[in-house]
Every structure is written in structure tokens, then in C-alpha cells.
Design a protein around this ligand. Structure first.
Ligand code: GDP
Length: 374
């Protein structure tokens, strides 16, 4: 019997059985889609994390309750369609700079202010300012073209922003960890990203390893249902995040899934504890599947504060990309430059709203044109 697909009240029975078995045997257990039985941890190089035996920490797999409700929007043109959302106050300041009749010292002060206010950061501001000045004063370009070119150059247009996840359907499991502090839009990003990956043909399992925030697992499971993928979650709040992440990866491996997407906990009250925990999540998942991407989610509206968070995370885990959320309607879009320059990690995706398809691959030229036209 395929117990992982039993809905409603039967779930409770299965969870209870799993908990009893785990408590009695002291080993890891999860409902198995193929055999319908709880299984011990696999042997060899795949081992359960040490704290995985408590009954309250037994993760469960949540069946998606039907197919995805709708068809995701084409990913490649998402940014273009939402370009107007990134302009805001920064765009208005630039427009004022472009409209000047004279490019004297006050003009350069105006551009400097616009860049600093947009949280471009002092290092990048100086670099951009020098480049624009040289181009305009040398008669090479109009102020608008000079700013456009300088911003594009500063954003590292040739950086590889793709996710290294292999070919959809190849069954070579790749793990993606999504990290960041609470409230930045991490869980939402995991859901939106799952939707993108499924639309591209990947098979996906979600891991709800944010076990500290009330309702985070419910929120993720709702996304899983919407996207039509399984969510592995702890039976109770406060479980060991590494245990859940491990079980999500193991479950994904057992299913021959392409990608396991792990939502992690993001409390920053105890920095050292959080960072230890993230390191543990990464190590434990790595025992099952290579961690191909570790994406840091930052809230663009927090500007330079986000940069401080970013450095803390970068010190704890090897980041491969940044997702900047809430880029819609923020005047702090310049944080893209500051983050990339400071971390030397590319912004790979941007959140441009609260809708299910409001996550777009970052497009340097589209972003700069959005800023300039705003
Ligand atoms: P978490 O605590 O980091 O997991 O944050 P959540 O995923 O729960 O998101 C927190 C809030 O941010 C929710 O209300 C989301 O809808 C909202 N949010 C996430 N991404 C975006 C975005 O790109 N734009 C806007 N406007 N809101 C967003």
C-alpha cells in the first residue's frame, strides 16, 4: 500500500506508527511511497544525523492534494514584464540628473546622492561616479548612456546566474539550501522557486527545515500543494532542522527526484547558534546529495542592513547566489551592486511582488533599464 498518499485522518495513524517505531527502535523513520513501510536509515555513507531519533522530530511527507492549480508564467520574460516595478525614487532622482542643462560639481553631487540613497554603497558609488564623469566630460556619451553603461558594468553582466541543477528529469539529485533571516521572504521564495523548477520539468521535494517559526512548515506545505510536490516536514515545531533537511534529501533520493529544496530556519537572535545549525544542515544534506546551490535571501528594502546579514551568512556557509526580495517599489535597488561587490556572489533571482510568479531570474540590462525608466 502506498501510504504516503493517504490523506486526512489516515495520516495521523501513519505518523503515530512511525513515531512508535522510531521511539522503540531509536532510529529514523519516514513514510515510504514505494514500500509503504517505515524504513531504517540507509547504510554506508548515508547516515542519519545524531539527533534524529526523538519521536517528536520524526519528519513526515505531505502529499500534494492534487495537481498544480494553474500554469506558471514563462520564466524568461518575467523580469521584462515587471520592469516598471524597480524604478521608484531612484529612477526619479536619476531623471532629475539627466534633465540638467549643466554638468557642474552640483550635478556630480546629485548623482552621488542618488547612488548613496539607493544603497549602492560608497565603494561602488565612487567607481560609478568616476566612470560616468569620464564618459560625459570626455564627450563619449550622454549622461543617460554613461550612467546606463556604468551601472551595467558595475553589476557584472557576464556573471553566471543560472542554478547548477543538471538536466530536468536526469534524477541526479541536487540539493538547494535557502538561507536568510526571518521575514525576508525565504519560505515564499522556496515556494516560488519550486514552481519555476517544476515548470522547467524538474521533479522537486521540499524540506521544511525552518522548524522554529510557527506555521513555516504549514506555509511551505501550502506551496507544495500548489506546486504539486511533496513536502517533508517535522511532526512538531521545534524539531532538529538538520534532521528534517536530511530526511527531505533522503526521501528525494529514494524517489529519484532531481532537486531537494530546503527552507532553513532564520532566527538571528543567537548568531553563533544559527550559524552552527546552518553548517550542520549543509553537512547532513551533503551526506545524501551534493549541495549545488546555497541561496541567501535578502530583503531589498532593508538596504545596508541586509549587507550586514549577508556577511554573517557568508561566513557560515558557502553561498552560491543571492535572491533579493521585495524589489517591487523599493528605493533601495542599488543594494544589488553593494551585495555583489561585497560578497562576490551574484544576485540570481529577484522577488518583484507577492504573486506566485513574482520571482524572476535577475537580468542586469532589464534591471538597469527599469531603474532608468522609473
Ligand atoms: P520568511 O520568514 O523569510 O520565510 O518570510 P516569508 O516567506 O514568510 O515572507 C514574508 C512576507 O514577505 C510575506 O508577506 C511575503 O508575501 C512577502 N514577500 C516575499 N517576497 C516578496 C516580494 O518579492 N515582494 C513583496 N512585496 N513581498 C514579498
Amino acid at each position: 500500500m502506498d501510504v504516503s498518499w493517504i490523506p486526512g485522518s489516515a495520516d495521523g495513524i501513519v505518523v503515530a506508527c512511525v513515531a512508535i517505531v522510531a521511539a522503540a527502535g531509536g532510529w529514523w523513520a519516514v513514510r515510504s511511497r514505494r514500500s509503504g513501510k517505515s524504513q531504517p536509515p540507509p547504510q554506508g555513507d548515508i547516515t542519519a544525523p545524531p539527533s534524529a531519533s526523538a519521536p517528536t522530530e520524526v519528519p513526515t511527507r505531505q502529499k500534494p492534494h492534487g495537481p498544480p492549480a494553474d500554469i506558471p508564467e514563462d520564466v524568461s520574460s518575467r523580469f521584462e514584464r515587471r520592469r516598471a516595478r524597480v524604478g521608484g525614487a531612484f529612477g526619479a532622482r536619476l531623471a532629475s540628473f539627466f534633465g540638467r542643462s549643466d554638468y557642474d560639481d552640483s550635478a556630480w553631487d546629485e548623482l552621488e546622492d542618488a547612488l548613496l540613497t539607493a544603497d549602492v554603497g560608497s565603494t561602488m558609488t565612487e567607481r560609478i561616479l568616476a566612470s560616468v564623469r569620464a564618459r560625459v566630460q570626455g564627450g563619449e556619451s550622454s549622461p543617460r548612456d554613461a550612467v546606463r553603461e556604468a551601472l551595467i558594468e558595475a553589476m557584472d553582466p557576464l556573471a553566471d546566474r543560472s542554478l547548477s541543477l543538471g538536466v530536468p528529469g536526469d534524477g541526479n539529485l541536487a540539493a538547494v539550501l535557502v538561507v536568510g533571516v526571518n521575514g525576508v521572504g525565504k519560505t515564499t521564495t522556496v515556494g516560488k522557486l519550486a514552481r519555476v523548477l517544476v515548470a522547467e520539468g524538474h521533479t522537486v521535494v521540499l524540506g521544511a527545515a525552518d522548524t522554529f517559526r510557527a506555521a513555516a512548515a504549514d506555509q511551505l506545505e501550502t506551496w507544495g500543494t500548489r506546486v504539486g510536490v511533496i513536502t517533508v516536514r517535522a511532526a512538531k515545531e521545534g524539531a532538529d532542522p538538520a534532521s528534517v533537511a536530511f530526511e527531505a534529501a533522503r526521501s528525494a533520493r529514494a524517489e529519484g527526484t532531481d532537486v531537494v529544496l530546503v527552507d532553513t530556519a532564520g532566527r538571528l537572535q543567537n548568531k553563533a547558534g544559527l550559524m552552527d545549525q546552518l553548517g550542520k544542515v549543509a553537512r547532513v544534506v551533503e551526506k545524501v546529495a551534493p549541495v549545488r546551490e546555497t541561496l541567501l535571501v535578502l530583503d531589498a528594502t532593508t538596504g545596508q542592513n541586509g549587507l550586514v546579514q549577508a556577511r554573517v551568512f557568508a561566513a557560515a556557509v558557502a553561498l552560491t547566489g543571492v535572491v533579493l526580495t521585495k524589489m517591487d517599489g523599493t528605493a533601495k535597488g542599488g543594494i544589488v551592486l553593494a551585495v555583489q561587490n561585497s560578497l562576490e556572489v551574484p544576485v540570481k533571482f529577484v522577488g518583484l511582488g507577492e504573486g506566485v510568479d513574482d520571482l524572476a531570474p535577475f537580468d542586469v540590462e532589464g534591471f538597469v533599464d527599469g531603474l532608468l525608466d522609473g
